[in-house]
Design a protein around this ligand. Structure first.
Ligand code: UT7
Length: 322
């Protein structure tokens, strides 16, 4: 049995911040941001009640309703995030409590923007082993709390939000998947944890906010995502045009355009929401999946290829039948 997606959900904070809003706060412009990234606006949390947990719960509830399953049917909850509210307990355990998913084992994964794919592939492995039949996976980020609002080269890129999928064991779900990591490249995208106040250690000066070498990440993304897609297609004995929809990590429209060009495919096979969401890291793929599902774009039997890359460095992809 493989993991089949039987329900999706998402949540975006109510507050929308446009490029113009940002240009009132820092030396940037709508023209720069739009032409380099395709981003026009992003949703950001704007109250203490809107948290990583609350967004995850909202997305999870919505996916459960869409699937027709009840919280007590869920046996596994995996939350992909690098911006949990607490170091412990995990966001997944807190989601379990809020949903009343009393039969679920719950844990978080940290694979940055590839996190949703790592969660999906992990759940799929449990299904293949015959351990679970029903799972809820969530990608959620409140990156607004870990980005440096004084660094215009990163803060204009990101948004907050959550996306979720309910999975059921089925002979016809995931067809092929892969994931990988290269810790050697980790220094191009990193964020240190809280400042250490252990009195026996001299505190170093590494910043507590997200650091990114944008150009290195750009090159890695285009190369690695294209390779992942080609590898999955070859595993499945398919050619690029056989796939109905490519749902790529929504980091930058120029990355998506480059990959479409390399695969010699029209851009209309690559739905995108980076324009109104920005880069929501682990949440970007499930938010996009939920948007296109709810807009009626998906037909039963469609072949969908999900692919993402992120800090770590990490990458992951999955080819599945809708
Ligand atoms: O999921 C996480 C993965 N992250 C990514 O996928 C990010 C991948 N990288 C990128 O998307 C692009 O590298 C960026 C959008 C981050 C940057 O675009 P770029 O074309 O690589 O620009 P750059 O970093 O080379 O900067 C060009 C110029 C610089 O000025 P000078 O040195 O040429 O005078 C920057 O200081 O643009 C300047 N700049 C800005 N100007 C206005 C940087 N940020 C901004 C800004 N507004 N927000």
């Amino acid at each position: 049995m493989r993991a089949k997606i039987i329900g999706t959900g998402s949540y975006l904070p109510e507050k929308t911040i446009t490029n113009l809003d940002l240009s009132a706060l820092m030396d940037t412009s709508d023209e720069w941001i739009k032409s380099r990234t395709g981003i026009s606006e992003r949703h950001l949390v704007s109250s203490e009640t809107e948290t990583t947990l609350s967004m995850a719960v909202n997305a999870g509830k919505s996916a459960l309703t869409d699937s027709g399953l009840l919280p007590e049917d869920i046996e596994l909850i995996i939350v992909a995030t690098v911006s949990s509210d607490f170091i412990t307990p995990s966001t997944a355990c807190m989601v379990q409590k809020e949903l009343g998913a009393v039969h679920a084992a719950a844990f978080d994964v940290n694979a940055a923007c590839s996190g949703f794919l790592f969660a999906l592939n992990t759940a799929d492995a449990y299904f293949q082993a015959g351990i679970y039949q029903n799972a809820l996976i969530i990608g959620v980020e409140t990156l607004s709390k870990i980005i440096d609002w004084k660094d215009r080269s990163t803060c204009v890129l990101f948004g907050d939000g959550a996306g979720a999928a309910v999975l059921h064991a089925d002979p016809e779900g995931i067809i092929a998947n892969l994931q990988g990591s290269n810790g050697e490249g980790g220094h191009v995208l990193m964020c240190k944890n809280r400042t250490n106040n252990n009195p026996f250690i001299t505190t170093d000066t590494c910043p507590d906010y997200l650091y990114m070498d944008g150009q290195e990440v750009f090159k890695f993304a285009v190369k690695k995502e294209t390779e992942c897609i080609q590898e999955l297609l070859s595993q499945a004995g398919l050619v690029p045009s056989d796939v109905s929809w490519y749902l790529l990590h929504q980091a930058n429209q120029r990355i998506i355009n480059s990959i479409a060009r390399k695969l010699k495919l029209p851009l209309d096979k690559f739905p995108s929401n980076v324009g109104h969401c920005g880069n929501t890291s682990a949440a970007s793929i499930p938010i996009l999946l939920d948007e296109i599902h709810r807009s009626g774009m998906l037909t039963q039997g469609d072949l969908i290829l999900l692919s993402g890359f992120g800090a770590g460095l990490t990458w992951g992809a999955a080819l599945l039948r809708w």
